[in-house]
Design a protein around this ligand. Structure first.
Ligand SMILES: [Zn+2]
Length: 411
């Protein structure tokens, strides 16, 4: 078999295209495969498919999968045609998507690697610049989003995730059933989430049964304004409530520890994580020590008991009984004389309606929490993002559940 035929087969070049020559540059470790159209090929407009007369041609290059460790470049003169309707347009080539300097198979391989490894590893391994990789990721996400079927989601989660600095956030809307990201909003404002809701049809908005979220006014107001019956659908999940109470317990501990230390007592020294973590995960010795602490008359022990009581109020089936349980808890918390606990209790009191929704609708934040830790991984693996658009793109790429591959490449 001659080298031209061999390359035609390896590269999957088919009529009306054929390999015209193969050049091997040993010192550069590069193979250049020249491809041309067979003489007399009829040309068609890529937009409407109408047979059109040739205009001129342009020489284009694409990087393809390496062959035997050699960087492999495809070169072809690509005709431009004059379509009656669409003017002068470049015809399609079967091996690459318009505007890409890589063949479809090469892009698919980069996509596969990006799913497994960091951007810097892929850059090193494939000899690609970050900009080239970014282009491949952007095209992949654009394809994926355009192929996505009309949304039909019933259980969604709305959460925020930090971008770079502490106070710079994006909004993540996820499908609680599949754990995929539906939308990345550029900040965490009401208008941003509202705009997403408004991109849905009335029927899609009505189909939403639960919206799990933090007690964040922008998310609450956007949802109340856009989702029919939202008052019964918004659910403040256990995870977020636990987070606020955990922070309150820690505040009480810090204040009390400071006061005790000033009098020379070290009762709370080194106990920070005992109060934050589940006793189930402690060693025998830690458990013994913590038992003594939590049965003490310390304020921190009282704060912790109040938090634990709140955590036990999520098993109710009826809203009436759940409401009674929480009312009792609220009166205990408000009489606790522990300011940080009282603060959270006030927040819980005004948001109790959504906590009761979460309880009776059995909404958990599990899927969103899983997403959050995966988003953190994406940030670590890419060592930060230059801008939010790239960050959003990476989230869609890894967590959007999208079909990312170029047309014709099946995985
Ligand atoms: Zn046309």
């Amino acid at each position: 078999m001659r080298d031209k035929d061999l390359y035609a087969q390896i590269l999957g070049i088919k009529s009306p295209w054929r390999v015209s020559s193969v050049e091997l540059a040993l010192s550069e470790g590069e193979v250049t495969v020249h491809v041309e159209q067979e003489a007399g090929t009829t040309q068609c407009c890529p937009t409407c498919g109408r047979e059109s007369p040739g205009y001129d041609s342009r020489t284009r290059r694409w990087r393809h999968l390496d062959t035997c460790q050699y960087k492999t470049i495809l070169v072809a003169d690509v005709p431009r045609v004059t379509c009656k309707e669409h003017g002068v347009v470049t015809v399609f080539v079967p091996w690459a998507e318009p505007g890409s300097g890589f063949t479809a198979m090469f892009e698919a391989l980069v996509i596969d690697w990006l799913k497994e490894a960091s951007i810097s590893a892929v850059s090193r391994l494939m000899g690609l610049s970050w900009n080239a990789i970014d282009g491949i990721m952007q095209r992949a996400v654009k394809r994926g989003l355009s192929r996505r079927k009309a949304l039909s989601v019933t259980q969604i989660g709305v959460d925020e995730t930090a971008f770079k600095k502490r106070h710079d956030y994006v909004t993540i809307v996820s499908d609680q059933q599949t754990g995929t990201v539906l939308h990345v909003g550029s900040d965490r404002k009401k208008g941003t989430l509202k705009a997403w809701y408004e991109s849905l049809t009335q029927a899609q908005r009505e189909a939403i049964e639960t919206v799990s979220m933090d007690m964040w006014p922008a998310f609450i107001n956007a949802t109340l304004a856009s989702v029919p019956g939202a008052q019964e659908k918004i659910a403040f999940d256990k995870f977020h409530v636990a987070k606020y109470l955990g922070e309150a317990v820690d505040k009480v501990r810090r204040q009390e520890h400071k006061a005790l230390m000033s009098e020379g007592y070290e009762d709370l020294k080194g106990s920070k994580y005992d109060w934050l973590y589940n006793p189930k995960n402690m060693t025998h010795e830690q458990k013994r020590r913590f038992k003594v602490l939590r049965e003490s008359t310390l304020k921190t022990a009282r704060a912790w008991a109040i938090k634990e009581m709140a955590m036990s109020l999520w098993h109710y089936v009826s809203k009436t009984w759940a409401s009674k349980g929480w009312q009792q808890w609220l009166s205990w918390a408000m009489r606790s004389r522990l300011e940080p606990i009282k603060e959270v209790a006030k927040t819980i009191k005004t948001h109790l309606w959504g906590i009761l929704n979460a309880i009776v609708l059995k909404v958990s934040n599990g899927p969103a929490e899983g997403l959050n830790s995966r988003i953190k991984m994406i940030k670590v693996r890419s060592r930060g993002f230059r801008n939010k658009a790239r960050f959003a793109n990476a989230i869609y790429f890894h967590l959007g559940g999208l079909d990312l591959y170029p047309q014709g490449v099946v995985r």
